[in-house]
Design a protein. Structure first.
Length: 241
């Protein structure tokens, strides 16, 4: 009986090892194809591509909360270079990012690796006040009940679905004009975070398909293109702080 149980345990270990090896093989194959597809995308878009890990990414972009989480942080599969956004030349950096956290306690304590994709556009207005536009969450509703409201708009549907915050409310209202609100409701962006003259888009929880990078950059182009001319002019002249 004990021999039979031992044999079963050996078989289970072997099966587990086979599954792990097969999983590693297909994971490696998928990662290799992703790098190849991103390299091809960078060529089409006129950007440079680096598959290596950039452990200094969080130092440059740590003001975005997602890039300061956990430990073992690094960006990889990075596309970067100059593009035209909203009719103006800007720099872009986009790719994949990972960080680690320790979860659980005691014997169940383990290290978990989190991965997600992002797109950062360097805006030409470094002194621009921050503006955050993201989907409304449960805790936002709780905060609202205690008087910590976000910015409300005439569109009840937009105010219900989206959390908008900025130290300069007029700028937020000017950017989120009625046509912009209608477009935002149609395209349903996850997060639009503008801080220190940089615009970052990411869900912070998943790795994008390769085509999503081009779509996201195109979305940012359309987003900035719809800003009123007087907003762009005032930003260029440093009148908005």
């Amino acid at each position: 009986m004990m021999l039979a149980e031992g044999a079963i345990q050996v078989v289970m270990i072997v099966v587990f090892l086979i599954i792990a090896v097969v999983g590693m093989y297909f994971g490696h194959k998928a990662a290799k194809k992703r790098r190849s597809d991103l390299l091809a995308l960078s060529g089409r878009m006129g950007l440079s591509f680096s598959e290596g890990h950039d452990s200094y990414h969080d130092e440059e972009f740590g003001h975005f909360e997602l890039f300061s989480r956990g430990f073992g942080r690094s960006a990889y599969n990075t596309l970067s270079g100059g593009v035209k956004v909203g009719g103006q030349p800007m720099r872009v950096k986009m790719g994949d990012y990972k960080y680690k956290t320790r979860e659980g306690s005691g014997k169940n304590r383990r290290t978990v690796t989190h991965r997600f994709s992002y797109c950062i556009v360097m805006l030409p207005w470094e002194g621009m006040p921050g503006v955050l536009i993201r989907r409304e969450g449960f805790f936002d509703k709780i905060s609202s009940a205690f008087g910590f409201d976000d910015i409300d708009f005439e569109s009840g549907e937009f105010s219900k679905k989206y959390f908008v915050k900025s130290p300069n409310k007029k700028l937020a209202y000017d950017i989120c004009h009625p046509r912009m609100i209608e477009w935002l409701l149609e395209t349903e962006p996850a997060v639009v975070d503008m801080e220190r003259g940089r615009l970052c888009m990411t869900e912070g929880s998943r790795v994008w398909k390769v085509e999503r990078f081009e779509y996201t950059l195109g979305w940012v182009d359309r987003f900035i293109e719809q800003w009123p001319d007087f907003v762009v002019k005032d930003l260029e002249e440093g009148k908005i702080v």
